[in-house]
Design a protein around this ligand. Sequence first.
Ligand code: GLP
Length: 240
Amino acid sequence: MTIEPEVYEAATWAGAVAGLLAERLRTNPSLRVCLPTGDTPVPVYDAVVALALAGACSFERATVVLLDEWVGLAPGDPARCDTRIRTGLIDRLPAPPAALHVIDADDPSPEAAAERHDEAARDLDLVVLGLGMNGHVGFNEPGSMADSPTRVLPLTDASRDAARARYGSRAVPVAGITIGMDRILAAREIWLLVTGQRKAGILRRALRDPESPDCPASYLRRHPSLRVFADDAAAGPMGR
Ligand code: GLP
């Protein structure tokens, strides 16, 4: 299936995505939504918080499920995905979501934590994703299949390099836990968020090249309700 990105100027992109998320929450207050961390959604969460504070939407009856997590970071580490989703979104909302499912990466058995998180990732109305520089979604790294389950997996050097700036002198984790491609593709709706010129090449591969495990984001094109929200820079020649 050929998917065209919905392209916005950088200045309006986050507000447009946030406005749509607010609309989903109004239509379905019990929305079960999986959310990513990373840098891409930061301005979207800022805009969603502003809308929630203005009374334009509420997470009060919604369930938020975290997309992925690093293994081996101490609780509260600012680079942890649970820390980032709390400080970037959840803790700033006027009312918290009915449920927040983070990933218990402190479990001595990360496999057991992944198994529990897989239960939380069932029956999702909406999965919001960022795009890794190597085509990963969540931590479904290259080599993942469309039916790859929620699991613990070793991270590629590319993913670790992309994260290095956030770690300072600390070692970047070597493993992650991610919701599987299977659960992502089973959601009722998927939104892929992509901004910045550095993502233009991988976005083009994800949307235009033949589907391949080399670029797990390419599997998303199978989904009948995939929407891709890109800014001008990421859309590049695919844009307007
Ligand atoms: C990270 C995460 C993903 C994230 C992606 C893009 O490593 N595992 O969940 O969506 O890479 O991150 P960013 O938005 O910072 O480019």
